[in-house]
Each structure stands twice: as C-alpha cells, then as structure tokens.
Design a protein around this ligand. Structure first.
Ligand code: HEC
Ligand code: HEC
Ligand code: HEC
Ligand code: HEC
Length: 474
C-alpha cells in the first residue's frame, strides 16, 4: 500500500452529470405539480361562491344548488337515513305515545294525543308534515314555514301575514321541497342568512338587531329559525314568545300576560299551553353556548374528502359521529364521551318521568274534585299550578337531546315542575278533606298506553266513571 501517495482527484463517471440534471428537473416538475394541486385544492375549499351555474334568489330545489356544491349536497342527502338509533335519539321515528303512556293524559284533547313521533332528518320534513295525523282541514299555512325551502319564496311573493293566514291545503300544489340549502344560504354569496321573518321579528322584540350577529352566532341562528318555541297569533301569524327573554319563566310569563292558551284540558279543564321544541332557548342556557360553541360545531363538523375540507351537511345526532363532533375540542375517548352524555341524559330522563307522573295525577285529582262539586273558584289556582307545571315539563320534554344542551337548567326546570304539580295535588287533597273525603281518586294504570287511552275516552264520554270510590252516583 502506498500510504503517503496523495489521493487522485475524484473523477465522476461521464453519466453522472446528465443523470443529476434529469433528476433535478424531474423533482422540480413534481414539486411544481404538487404546489399546483395544493393551490387548486385550497381554491376549491375556499372558493368564494362564484357559482358555476347562477342560482336564482329563492331557488327551492336542492339538486340545483347541488350541481355547484356536490359535496355539501351529497352529505345533505344522507339526512334521508332514518334507521339510526342512539339511546334516546337518532333518525328513526320512535313512537313517543307508545313509550310514554303518560302523554295520553298530559296531551288529552290536543293534536299530540293522535300521533307523536320522534323527528327525523331534514330531507323528510315535507313528507312528514303532509302525512302527519295531526294535520286536518283547520291546519294553517303557518305550519309550512319550518318544513320547506318553498316557504321563503312564497313569503317574499305574498308577504308573511297573507301566507300565514292561508289554509295549509292552499299550497299543496305549490310546495314540493323539504328543508334545504335555501333555508340557510344566500345563493349569490353562499353566506349564511336568515330567511324566516319570525326570528328577525323576535330579535327586534328583544331590542336586538339580528343583522349585527357575528359569524359564529349565525352558525346557531340559522337553526333558531325553526328549532324554537313558537305560537300562532292573530290570523295564525307566527311569533316566537321571546319579548321578555328566553328562560322558561320569561316565556311562560309572556303567555300568562297575553292570557294565551292552546287548549282546555278535557280532564281537569285547565287552560293549557303546548311547548314546541325550544332547542335554541335551552341550548342558550348551557355551557356550550356560554363558551361560544355553535349548533353547527356539534351537528355539522368539518369533513375531509380527497384533501378537501368542507362542512358535513348530514345533520344528525352527534353521537353517531363523536370523533368529528366532539373530539375536536374534547380529548376524551369516544366511549368516555358517549358514557358521559348518556349518564347526563339518564338523569334528565328520570326527572322527566317523575314530573310527568305527578302532573298526570294532578289532572285526575282536579277531575275528581270537579265530580264532587268543588267549584271553579277553588280550583282555578290549582289549575294555574298545573298549567305552570306542565309548561315547564314540556319545555324540557319537547326540546331535543334529553337535556344534553343544558343539563343543569333542564334538571332545575323539571324539579320546579314536579313541585308545582305536587302543590296542586296537595291543594285538591285539602279541598277534599274539608268535605270529609280522604280517599285517593282511582287512577288508570299509567304504564300501559291502552289503559290510559281507555280512561281518557271514558272520562270524556256522556257517562263518565266516578273517580272517587263510593261515589258512583256522584
Ligand atoms: C356541544 C354539542 C352540541 C351543541 C352545541 C348542540 N347540540 Fe344538539 N345535540 C347534541 C347531542 C350530544 C345530542 C344528543 C343526541 C342523541 O341523544 O342521540 C343532541 C341532540 C339534538 C337534536 C336531536 C337529535 C336526535 O337524533 O335525537 C336536535 C334536533 C338538536 N340537537 C338540535 C340542536 C340545535 C338546534 C342546536 C343549537 C341551538 C344544538 N343542537 C346544539 C350536541 C349538541
Ligand atoms: C327550516 C326549518 C329548519 C331549520 C333551518 C333547521 N331545522 Fe333541523 N329540523 C327541522 C324539522 C322540521 C325537523 C324534523 C323533520 C322531520 O321529522 O321530518 C328537523 C330535524 C332536525 C334533527 C333531527 C335529525 C335526526 O336524524 O334525528 C336535527 C339533529 C336537526 N334538525 C338539527 C338542526 C341544526 C343543527 C340546524 C342548523 C344548522 C337545523 N336543524 C336547522 C327544521 C329545521
Ligand atoms: C340548516 C342550515 C343549512 C342548510 C340547510 C344548508 N347549509 Fe350549507 N352551511 C351551513 C353552515 C352552518 C355552514 C358553515 C358556514 C360557515 O361557518 O361559514 C355551511 C357551509 C356551506 C358551504 C361553504 C363551504 C363549506 O363546506 O363549509 C357551502 C358551499 C354550502 N354550505 C352549501 C350548501 C348546500 C349545497 C346546501 C343544500 C344541499 C346547504 N349548504 C344546506 C348551513 C346549512
Ligand atoms: C368547539 C369546541 C367544543 C365542541 C365541538 C364540543 N365541546 Fe363540549 N365543551 C366545550 C367547552 C369550551 C366546555 C366548557 C368546559 C371547558 O371549558 O372545558 C365544554 C363542556 C362540555 C361538557 C361539560 C359540561 C358541564 O356539565 O360542565 C360536556 C359533558 C361536553 N362538553 C360534551 C360535549 C359533547 C358530547 C360534544 C359533542 C357532541 C361536545 N362537548 C362538543 C367545547 C366544545
């Protein structure tokens, strides 16, 4: 070995130069392609709504919007799935009257005693309102307002008051579409927009300007166009009873001030209120609203498909998609989240059952008092207690999610509901005791729907059974 010989200068073989050149060129071309694809995808996701096909101002047809926004449209179409189930929710039409026979007593004399199914996805809204057994020839057009993208167009054409004042059936040939794109979006910009006058007017009544809402607020307010408590005023004008505020006591005080009732209860003759589905109001009382988390954050999480990030328009129970709906903010496992939600719902559900049992008995107690000749003067304050108890119970029972949107508030409301109904029952017991009657009325088996229904039918018949033992002639 020639140890001290200086190393010969390295000579690359002739092929190295051209190969390096070609490799570098290839890498540059690939990088260029990648960058182009990134830019293109980003443009695709963030594309301002330069609609490929212009969409008309009040276009009701989701498929037309879908040509420009296929991913959102395709995910929206999945709201057709009505087979999903969670412990308390999901898209399948659960029969509440079957599961909760007490409702037969609580809703006696009102449309909900005929049929009460769990709501399903937005794509079904048209069919479900047309086919419900609660609809009859007296149903006003107002009932279309929350079910169809055709409503904003008709309201724009004829004015809200004239639209609401018409009968439901007047539009059977002009309304064809379920809830969709047009309900939440401005077709020219795709910005979120409020299309229902009732929400706009409710904000004004509270002294607030809905046009000043932040983008994050809009992600809940588009839902608050429909997922709220409401009633029909003069000529069936749609009104959200928020002028005093959104809390259950404020809404109830609003109705009491108006002297408003939806129906007179046929068992206890109490002037009743039916609560619709105050999802926004209950949500507004919860920790997530307080921390500025919107409906869309949980019900419309982002999805990624082929590198494109977009808003999932398959609006459904977030428990069917926990990773995207909750996992973004909560670092718990999916199982932990599900167990946490279900245990909160179990507690609210139990409080709900306890309240509805006392309210059902309170109606029957008052009926028993009427049978032995106790007059309206004595019963009016007790009926007021039942009205207030059932309104509170209904505010929780009819809102979706079994208390999950504001667990503490729902538990509080149900506790108040139960005490008020209990107070009414005590009041009846005192009136009966003053007449020397110590017996309890005969209650039907409230755990069986048929028994509860037969009881209501018998009480409303020409020959109602005596509710207090030993008073068959009374
Ligand atoms: C923190 C997340 C979160 C927010 C925010 C939220 N929800 Fe929910 N929502 C849930 C959960 C969890 C359920 C329970 C689903 C179940 O029981 O399967 C639910 C249930 C529902 C349901 C019933 C769905 C079913 O399948 O039973 C409706 C309707 C609903 N929410 C509407 C709304 C509206 C409207 C808003 C805003 C005003 C809102 N939610 C805000 C998490 C949320
Ligand atoms: C135009 C009125 C309207 C708007 C706007 C609206 N909803 Fe609904 N929503 C409904 C109606 C009506 C149903 C019940 C449809 C049925 O049962 O046929 C429903 C059903 C639902 C359900 C039940 C679906 C299931 O599979 O259980 C959820 C969850 C829901 N809506 C959440 C939302 C959220 C979140 C928003 C806002 C991003 C929103 N909705 C906006 C009217 C509306
Ligand atoms: C119930 C209300 C609602 C309905 C109905 C609805 N959207 Fe959306 N949409 C939203 C919300 C909320 C967002 C998120 C907007 C934001 O945060 O800026 C959104 C976002 C979008 C975006 C922006 C890009 C993205 O994915 O975030 C497009 C495009 C879009 N929707 C198209 C549609 C189409 C097409 C339909 C009908 C098939 C539709 N939307 C129906 C509420 C709705
Ligand atoms: C955008 C963020 C965000 C999303 C999405 C979200 N949360 Fe939360 N959640 C919060 C914040 C913020 C709090 C307040 C507590 C805190 O600061 O940690 C909270 C609190 C909670 C709590 C405790 C409530 C209490 O009793 O104090 C529960 C339970 C919860 N979230 C469940 C859920 C579930 C279930 C989902 C999905 C359906 C969800 N969250 C989605 C942000 C979020």
């Amino acid at each position: 070995m020639k140890r001290n010989e200086p190393a010969a200068p390295t000579r690359w073989p002739v092929w190295v130069g051209p190969t390096l050149f070609l490799l570098t060129a290839a890498v540059i071309v690939l990088l260029g392609l990648l960058a182009f694809s990134i830019v293109e995808r980003r443009w695709e996701t963030q594309r301002p709504a330069i609609a490929l096909i212009p969409i008309a101002e009040w276009e009701p047809d989701n498929a037309v919007w879908g040509r420009n926004y296929p991913r959102q449209y395709e995910s929206y179409l999945r709201t057709r799935d009505d087979t999903t189930r969670t412990r308390y929710g999901g898209g399948y039409p659960r029969d509440y009257l079957e599961i909760y026979p007490h409702l037969t007593i609580l809703y006696a004399g009102y449309g909900f005693e005929r049929e009460y199914l769990q709501g399903r996805g937005h794509a079904h809204a048209y069919d479900d309102v047309v086919n419900t057994r609660r609809r009859d020839e007296h149903t006003p057009a107002t009932c279309w307002t929350c079910k169809t993208t055709d409503a904003p167009r008709l309201i724009a054409e004829m004015g809200a008051a004239a639209f609401y004042a018409a009968p439901f059936d007047a539009f059977l040939d002009r309304i064809r579409h379920p809830i969709g794109c047009q309900d939440c979006h401005d077709p020219a910009t795709m910005n979120l927009r409020i299309t229902r006058p009732a929400l706009r007017e409710a904000f004004a009544a509270m002294g607030r300007d809905i046009d000043a809402a932040t983008h994050q607020e809009m992600r809940s307010l588009v839902c608050a166009q429909c997922h709220v408590e409401y009633y029909f005023g003069e000529d069936n004008y749609l009104i959200f009873p928020w002028a005093r505020g959104l809390r259950v006591e404020q809404v109830l005080a609003y109705f009491d001030d108006l002297g408003f009732s939806d129906w007179i209860h046929p068992i206890s003759e109490t002037p009743m209120l039916k609560v619709q589905h105050p999802d926004y109001e209950i949500y507004a009382m919860g920790i997530h609203a307080y921390r500025n988390v919107s409906c869309a954050d949980c019900h419309m999480p982002y999805r990624t498909e082929g590198g494109v990030k977009f808003t999932d328009h398959h609006i459904q129970s977030p428990l069917l998609n926990i990773a995207s709906s909750c996992g973004v903010c909560h670092r718990w496992s999916e199982d932990e989240i599900r167990v946490r939600v279900e245990s909160i719902q179990d507690a609210v559900h139990e409080a709900k059952l306890a309240a509805e049992d006392v309210i059902a008995r309170a109606h029957i107690d008052i009926a028993a008092a009427m049978q032995v000749g106790i007059g309206d003067e004595d019963l009016a304050p007790l009926r007021q207690l039942v009205r207030h108890a059932q309104f509170r119970w209904d505010f929780v029972a009819s809102n979706n999610g079994v208390g999950i949107h504001a667990p503490q508030e729902c538990t509080r409301i149900l506790g108040d509901s139960r005490s008020l109904a209990q107070e009414a029952r005590l009041g009846v017991a005192r009136l009966l005791a003053a007449r020397g009657i110590a017996d309890e009325p005969r209650y039907p088996d409230l755990s069986i729907r048929e028994a509860a229904q037969a009881f209501v039918r018998a009480l409303r018949s020409d020959d109602p059974p005596a509710l207090l033992p030993g008073r068959e002639d009374g």
